[in-house]
Structures are given as C-alpha cells and as structure tokens.
Design a protein around this ligand. Structure first.
Ligand SMILES: [Zn+2]
Length: 285
C-alpha cells in the first residue's frame, strides 16, 4: 500500500467545559458493540455509548464537538470535558488550512518527512469498553514500540473511533505518560463507511465553506490512498487551501511539542520485535 502523509491535524479547541451529568441507561438498551448508537438514518439501534461518550446525530459514539455539541442524541450517552490540561484539537485555526488525519505505519519515513505521528493505541480497541488494565496495556505497548522505532515519546493521541476522550481514567493514563494533546477531526470523509466514489462525491461539500479543517481518512483503505486522497488534495488546492500538519495548522511549529526524544532508533530484532495483524481489533475508524 502506498503511504501517505500522516498529516495530523489538530487544532485546538477552545476550552469548552461541559458539565457532567448523570446518565442512566434505559434497561431496554444495550452497550454499543461497535460505536453505533441511538437513531442512525432513522433506525433505532437501541445501543447506548460507553461512559463519557455522546451519541452523534449520525448515530456514532464519540467525544468530539460533533458528538457532544448540538448533535448529541441525549438518552444514549453524555459528554463532559474535564479541565485537566489535556487539550483536544478538532480542526485548524489558520484560515484555509487543511490537515488530514490518518492511521499509518511507515513510521520512520513519515517522521523524517516532517509529519506529525500520534498514538492511536496498540491494537485499535474500543477504549469505551476497555478495562483500566487494557488501557494501560494499549498505551504502554505502543509507547515501547515507538521508542524502539523512532527513539521518541509521542505527545499526540487519537483514540480509535474518537471514543472516550472524556473518560477520566484514560485522560489520567495519557497525562501520566506525558501526552499533551488529543487529536480529533471536524470533517469525516466516511471512507470507512462508503465506497470511494461516494466519498469523493461528498468531499468538496465538506470543505466548500473554506474554513480550516481536519479531515479524517484511513490509509488502510486502498481506494483512499489511490483515489480519494489525490482527489481531495486537488479539490482543496483548487479552493485555495494550503496543507499543514495538525500542530502546524494550530500554530505549534516546535517539534518539542510533538515528540520528546528519549533515545535513538534501535535496530530491529525480529525475535521480540514484531506486530501480529491478528492483534487488530475490528473497525478502522
Ligand atoms: Zn483508527
């Protein structure tokens, strides 16, 4: 698969303080198995979100402004953002800048090319259903791998599915490990849900307001790499957008805010240093 820029994009949301309120799950509903929830395309799913996630207008659990703002389907989950210093970024600040947010794995080249690499857990689990031990495992296993491959500690984190960003245990676990920023997105190409023709057809409308954006895509989807991304870049250029990384488009140009250097890249030892694709949890958001 071709590689693309892991343009992380983040942004910076102003500190919005949501008030936590008690959420009681209706007994006829069950916990979402796959991040779908509430009413989705007019169909009642009877699924509620894990603690600290809201159910968006489109019927997905998560903790971004899109999930927790006016689109929140109350009754299926509640959001709240603790004022603990860990900030979330969902879009760019600079006018007409666009950043793409990917999952990716060709790390050294991406790192050397100046893109932002952020953590995305070890095996792409649903953090809303993970125990504290599982959350620790997901963060520590990835941190060790990145230390070996790049010699750095990552400071940006993007939760799979955008889930659980307000989960107090997860936030404490991130802060304890030195993470500074949670990277989310404000524009979703839905490449994970539709075919590439549909995603391409929808893309211009996502950025035609010419506002700064962080756009979600997935490099594990071949058609995203081969078709959607080139089309998105051309489309954005024609509209006058410039591209930047997530920190860059939020004015954070100092690499010390992106990574902490804690060693040197190590030589790969094939006995203890490997990934098992079967580790991967289902889902690619
Ligand atoms: Zn993902």
């Amino acid at each position: 698969m071709a590689r693309i820029n892991f343009l992380f994009i983040l942004l910076s949301t102003t500190n919005i303080l949501y008030v936590f309120s008690q959420f009681t799950n209706p007994s006829s509903y069950s916990l979402s198995p796959d991040a779908s929830c509430g009413n989705k395309n007019g169909t009642e799913h009877n699924f509620y979100c894990p603690n600290y996630d809201c159910c968006s207008t489109n019927g997905y659990c998560g903790g971004s402004t899109a999930h927790c703002g006016v689109g929140c389907q109350t009754g299926y989950g509640n959001c709240g953002i603790p004022n603990d210093g860990l900030k979330s970024i969902e879009t760019c600040k600079k006018n007409k800048t666009l950043a793409f947010s990917f999952d990716d794995e060709i790390l050294q080249q991406i790192y050397n090319d100046g893109h932002l690499i952020g953590a995305h857990t070890w095996s792409h689990v649903h953090l809303g259903r993970a125990s504290p031990e599982e959350i620790d495992f997901q963060l520590d296993t990835l941190d060790l791998a990145i230390k070996r491959i790049l010699g750095v500690k990552l400071l940006y984190f993007r939760p799979p599915f955008g889930e659980s960003v307000m989960n107090p245990y997860l936030r404490k676990a991130l802060i304890r490990r030195g993470y500074k920023t949670i990277a989310l997105w404000d524009v979703d190409t839905r490449d994970w849900a539709t075919d590439s023709a549909t995603a391409m057809a929808g893309f211009p409308g996502l950025i035609s307001d010419l506002k700064p954006h962080i756009s979600l895509m997935h490099d594990r989807i071949n058609t995203t790499v081969d078709s959607l991304l080139p089309y998105a870049i051309e489309t954005a250029k024609k509209l006058g957008y410039k591209f930047d990384t997530i920190p860059g488009c939020n004015g954070q140009h100092n690499k010390h805010d992106w990574y902490r250097v804690i060693g040197k890249p190590e030589k790969r030892d094939y006995k203890t240093w490997h990934c098992n694709p079967n580790d991967m949890d289902s889902g690619i958001l």
